[in-house]
Ligand binder design. Structure first.
Ligand SMILES: [Fe+2]
Length: 409
């Protein structure tokens, strides 16, 4: 914690600032939009790099972030911005620019606290991200971000978690505060694009069998609280890894159930997907179909030899801490979880081992597509300060697992 974290020590102060940010933004949205300064994705990437550089220089350490919302997630968000933001016709260059920046930096508030402790706060990770960025926007120019762009970015960041219901929170300071879903359409019902673009980028790393099950898996070393439509609930390793079905439906405290829920909302009839179009639909449907394949594969509970089990589990562990979250903290978690996995019953292990192989193979496919796009960029866009000099090194399947998987499956 440092001078930037006052709003974290006093939630009431932070909450007042968020309320003002919302009011200022809505006032701006309701006035007729003038032409922006004309932006492109390269400018957005430079802004992301400059902001990360300043955050790093202020003494923040990205390797300490939660294993689900740290370097790996931010790197994949950045890569997804490059994949997604081409050919999104009808969205202004300013909104794309702001959506790119918000899409990359929406979880930066996880520098302060774990994403999964936020049920006790109204300043949750999204609001903390916005407030931290607001501090830096007040201090630095960041290559001429306009006041309107700053407001759009901050609002998009704070609105990125797509809660659908009002929640009353018993805050850590003893106050009860009510939160309402963020307004995400204008008076004519049109999407407020920077908000949706940031959510899309986040969603692409959730609707993603190549990364999200791994992100859910890593924090299982500790019990944690997660959020479902009905509210918050405690997650425990053995329940969560269960792949037992009743009438074809996975148990509702299991990871497979949560993933199935996610896959089922990846369409234009859900509140999350209702504005999807173009490239977003293309990526969304591809990843969603991978999920449906994945569910069928884990149900088969293929039997592996002891040697195969060791190799698959070792590959999974290496993928977790080299590719999904490239930090020492993630390595410790991944190794700890290997021991826990061995305590699961044989049936569950069999299902998951096929699932691990499937996810690793899909990760390879995803990384090939993504690296194809990144390789087309000038090299200066491959660096994210405080994270990597060349993000392809994180995205590229690590040598410690790729050969075994490619040669055997
Ligand atoms: Fe995120």
């Amino acid at each position: 914690m440092n001078k930037y974290s006052d709003f974290m020590k006093n939630e009431g102060v932070g909450w007042e600032r968020i309320k003002k940010l919302k009011v200022d933004f809505m006032r701006m949205v309701e006035t007729k939009e003038k032409d922006g300064v004309g932006r492109d994705l390269h400018q957005a990437a430079i802004a992301v790099q400059n902001i990360l550089q300043v955050i790093k220089e202020a003494g923040f350490d990205f390797t300490g972030m939660s294993v689900t919302h740290g370097t790996g997630h931010i790197v994949r968000n950045y890569a997804h911005c490059w994949l997604l933001f081409e050919n999104l016709e009808g969205i202004s260059s300013e909104d794309l620019f702001c959506g790119f920046i918000a899409g990359c930096l929406h979880d930066i508030g996880c520098l302060f606290f774990d994403r999964y402790s936020e049920h006790r706060h109204v300043i949750r990770h999204a609001e903390a991200s916005a407030l931290l960025l607001q501090e830096f926007f007040g201090e630095k120019q960041f290559n001429g971000l306009t006041e309107r762009e700053k407001k759009k970015i901050l609002y998009a960041v704070s609105a990125h978690t797509h809660y659908l219901n009002d929640v009353v929170v018993n805050c850590s300071d003893g106050e009860r505060r009510a939160t309402n879903p963020y307004i995400d359409v204008n008076n004519s019902g049109k999407p407020i694009w920077p908000v949706w673009l940031a959510r899309w980028i986040d969603r692409l790393d959730i609707n993603s069998p190549q990364a999200y099950p791994a992100r859910l898996y890593l924090p299982l070393v500790k019990s944690r609280v997660d959020y479902k439509q009905e509210g918050f609930y405690e997650v425990e390793y053995h329940d969560y890894m269960s792949i037992t079905e009743t009438h074809g439906v996975f148990g509702d405290r299991s990871m497979a159930y949560s993933l199935n829920q996610i896959a089922d909302t990846q369409n234009n009839n859900s509140p999350y997907g209702k504005f999807d179009f173009g490239k977003m639909i293309e990526l969304r449907d591809k990843y969603r179909d991978w999920y449906y394949e994945f569910f069928e594969i884990i149900k088969l509970r293929r039997i592996f030899s002891l040697k195969e089990k060791e190799m698959i589990l070792g590959s999974w562990t290496n993928y977790l801490w080299h590719n999904i979250e490239p930090t020492e903290k993630a390595r410790k978690y991944a190794e700890e979880l290997e021991k826990e996995f061995n305590k699961l019953d044989e049936n569950t292990q069999s299902g998951w081992l096929s699932g691990f192989v499937f996810m690793l193979r899909k990760y390879v496919e995803w990384s090939e597509m993504t690296l194809g796009r990144l390789n087309s960029l000038p090299s200066e866009f491959l660096k994210l300060p405080g994270m990597s000099e060349d993000i392809r090194e994180i995205i590229k399947p690590h040598a410690d697992w790729i050969l075994y998987i490619e040669n055997n499956f």
